[in-house]
Design a binder for this molecule. Structure first.
Ligand code: HEM
Ligand code: HEM
Length: 184
């Protein structure tokens, strides 16, 4: 493999999924923070509906994202052992969060005594209304939010490491503006 191939940016669908997913995570995070500030009531429930939509989309996109994973060139196979190890730990955590965050959120929402209005005229019924389940899932959700903040922080630190210290072209592989990309 030539060094040009090695640095070639990922394909269109990989990049679109990466940044689409990142935008949805940020949207769900901001909506979650707004929701926390609101008193109980209709307004909070309506923000929760949008929060559910953004978080639910993360969950739905996790499958194509994981399927793409097998096809992409990854830092998991490059660099010193500690670099490969660090990248693997952070990436596995980020993939796990794509599933666990929406799942814990869904269970926290579905255990509320009230239905959640979902934009578009739908609603999530109180499927298993239980204060105990709600509290446990809310705690788990909050713990996973903290893990997300750390995971994304380390992920961005890793990108900066590649951009400014290693200067090996890895940081640019996820750039939507690059030419001569890999297929897929
Ligand atoms: C400013 C924000 C971000 C930057 C600069 C960034 C940068 C990158 C870069 C450069 C890669 C390519 C690594 C390679 O080619 O091996 C990558 C991959 C990846 N990113 Fe991000 N990213 C950001 C946000 C996010 C967010 C919010 C998530 C999800 C929570 C995320 C999840 C991933 C995952 C799972 C991979 C694939 C790793 C693999 O399987 O090899 N990224 N990111
Ligand atoms: C990527 C996915 C998600 C992210 C990043 C996320 C993020 C957050 C954040 C930041 C909070 C505020 C709590 C805190 O600061 O610790 C929160 C609360 C909450 N989220 Fe999510 N969430 C996601 C998915 C979901 C989904 C799919 C649901 C389904 C209904 C959901 C339901 C809830 C509920 C019920 C709360 C608690 C609200 C309260 O009682 O104040 N979340 N989430």
């Amino acid at each position: 493999m030539s060094s040009h191939d090695h640095q070639a940016p990922h394909g269109f669908s990989t990049i679109a999924l990466h940044w689409g997913m990142a935008a949805l995570f940020v949207a769900a995070f901001i909506l979650g923070q707004i929701m926390e500030e609101l008193p109980r009531g209709a307004e909070k429930l309506s923000v929760l509906g949008w929060h559910l939509l953004a978080g639910g989309a993360v969950f739905i996109l996790a499958l194509p994202r994981l399927m793409r994973r097998r096809k992409i060139k990854s830092v998991h196979n490059e660099g010193a052992a500690w670099e490969r190890g660090a990248a693997t730990v952070v990436h596995v955590a980020l993939y796990a969060l794509m599933i666990l965050l929406p799942l814990s959120g869904f269970l926290a929402g579905a255990s509320l005594p009230t239905a959640i209005p979902i934009p578009g005229g739908f609603e999530l019924s109180p499927l298993f209304s239980s204060p105990m389940l709600h509290e446990a899932m809310e705690e788990a959700h909050e713990f996973l939010v903290v893990a997300l903040v750390w995971g994304v922080g380390l992920h961005i630190a890793g990108t900066l490491w590649h951009k400014f210290v290693k200067r090996d072209g890895v940081a640019g592989r996820m750039s939507p503006f690059a030419r001569h990309r890999q297929s897929g």
